[in-house]
Design a protein around this ligand. Structure first.
Ligand SMILES: Cc1cc2nc3c(=O)[nH]c(=O)nc-3n(C[C@H](O)[C@H](O)[C@H](O)COP(=O)(O)OP(=O)(O)OC[C@H]3O[C@@H](n4cnc5c(N)ncnc54)[C@H](O)[C@@H]3O)c2cc1C
Length: 420
């Protein structure tokens, strides 16, 4: 953030809150403004036609992953993005990233989200590789990071268990040393993408006698290892994105441990820190809101009802609030400060906002919102997106840390209230 661009110009360029409010300067600096224009033009030129707009395929919510989109177009998009180092723009150049400064990463994310361009992140790029850069042995960096960047190998996160979610340190899956291996027995749950992953980051208990945070270790597990069984979980929207994963005498080479034995909690905490920096969600929400508005205009050709107008304005205000909250996180990162409860505020507000938006969309569509098939019935509004958005949004306040847990963080670390 900086000065130099007149508010009206910045507002035209970004379509966002711009100007100075209460001493805070929300405008792009001249350099950021130039970068924004460059990125927007580049995306316009480079995004394959099959991925432009929603291509008739995109979802509301979980937009950026590009699941279900044209595979050849996705591969081409990845190649073009990588030609700029923008598949993993935050990574160091030596690993194929672009080493973009924090503000430029944010601008890039915003412009990608605004163009509804699929992004490549997820477990491998977002969490595993940065964790390996910090804690991994040299062979791990060489063996895994390039394949994560190219998409040649996919990763899943094996942390949660039936009795260990919010309280992750309660992990019970055991890993017992046997010669050059550890032997793993136990169960994980809610493991997103395990069925399409080549590798898992696995948190397992290596010392059951130690206090619970101190007896855990962090492994890289080849999903083809004998003894691993998957059982898909069908969510309420009818998708099987996540799984239960069972381990029976699964042998993991000891060299696949990241960091030291029984110090895995600290490695996992680093992974979760990467997971919790969700600063660009609100940009996706604004894009959803614009699509929702376009749909409402089609559905109400005589003009939007007062109820619709009020609902849209209310949602837009909340989306802008979310953006302002996320800018606080970005500006802290920009100053080299580690966001803490501030990131929890964004996660809390943005995920609950997603649910409020989904409810508004659902109500606007009326009874027909319940039709979630992709246009199987001619009366299905917007190819069933309203209903699917509503069903998918339920998970937003659970995954990545529940709302209650975020509130606890804000209460204790932000407001200094006592733990009870
Ligand atoms: C879409 C989705 C994808 C996921 N993907 C993965 C994945 O790939 N890998 C993985 O390891 N995990 C994954 N998870 C699991 C996720 O991390 C957990 O669901 C989450 O941490 C909550 O844990 P839990 O489900 O065990 O609920 P619990 O922790 O059992 O919580 C149950 C309820 O109790 C509340 N609660 C718990 N503790 C407290 C407290 N101290 N104070 C107040 N209230 C509390 C919670 O807020 C919640 O309402 C995913 C979850 C979702 C929804």
């Amino acid at each position: 953030m900086g000065g130099g661009v007149p508010p009206a110009t910045a507002a035209r360029r970004t379509g966002h809150l711009a100007g100075t409010i209460g001493g805070m300067d929300f405008r792009d600096s001249p350099e950021e403004s130039r970068f924004r224009a460059e990125v927007a033009a580049w995306i316009q030129d480079s995004l394959p036609a099959a991925l432009k707009g929603d291509g008739g395929e995109g979802e509301w919510g979980q937009l950026s992953s590009g699941h279900e989109r044209d595979r050849a177009a996705m591969a081409e998009w990845r190649r073009r993005l990588q030609s700029r180092g923008w598949v993993a723009p935050a990574w160091p150049r030596r690993y194929g990233g672009a080493e973009l400064p924090v503000m430029q990463q944010f601008v890039l994310k915003e412009e990608m989200a605004r163009a509804r361009a699929p992004r490549f992140g997820g477990v491998g790029i977002g969490w595993v590789a940065p964790t390996l850069m910090q804690f991994g042995a040299d062979w791990m960096k060489e063996r895994f990071i390039a394949n994560i960047l190219s998409g040649a190998e996919r990763w899943c996160q094996g942390f949660s268990e039936p009795g260990a979610g919010s309280d992750l340190a309660s992990v019970q899956t055991r890993a017992v040393r046997d010669g050059d291996d550890y032997v793993v027995d136990g169960q994980k749950i809610w493991t997103s993408g395990a069925h399409i992953s080549d590798w898992m980051i696995l948190l397992a208990r290596t010392d059951p006698t130690a206090p619970k945070h101190r007896g855990l270790s962090y492994f890289l597990l080849d999903m083809k290892t004998p003894g691993i069984t998957l059982s898909p979980i069908i969510n309420m929207a009818g998708n099987s994105g996540f799984n239960q994963v069972f381990f029976e005498a699964v042998r993991v080479p000891a060299r696949n441990m990241v960091g030291e034995e029984n110090r895995g909690w600290y490695v996992a905490a680093t992974t979760l820190d990467f997971e919790r920096s969700l600063v660009d969600l609100c940009v996706e929400y604004e894009a959803i809101l614009h699509e929702l508005l376009a749909w409402a205009r089609r559905a109400q050709p005589a003009g939007l009802t007062a109820e619709t107008r009020h609902a849209m304005v209310e949602m837009l205000i909340q989306v802008r609030v979310a953006r302002t909250l996320s800018l606080r996180v970005v500006s802290m990162q920009n100053r080299g400060t580690q966001p803490n409860y501030e990131a929890s505020i964004v996660k809390l507000f943005a995920s609950e906002l997603e649910q409020r938006m989904a409810t508004v969309a659902f109500h606007l569509g009326g009874m027909l919102s319940q039709l979630t098939d992709r246009g199987a019935h001619p009366a299905t509004p917007v190819m069933g997106r309203l209903g699917r958005f509503q069903l998918h949004s339920v998970a937003a306040t659970i995954g990545g840390g529940t709302s209650e847990v975020q509130r606890n963080i804000v209460a204790t670390r932000g407001l200094g209230l006592p733990r009870v």
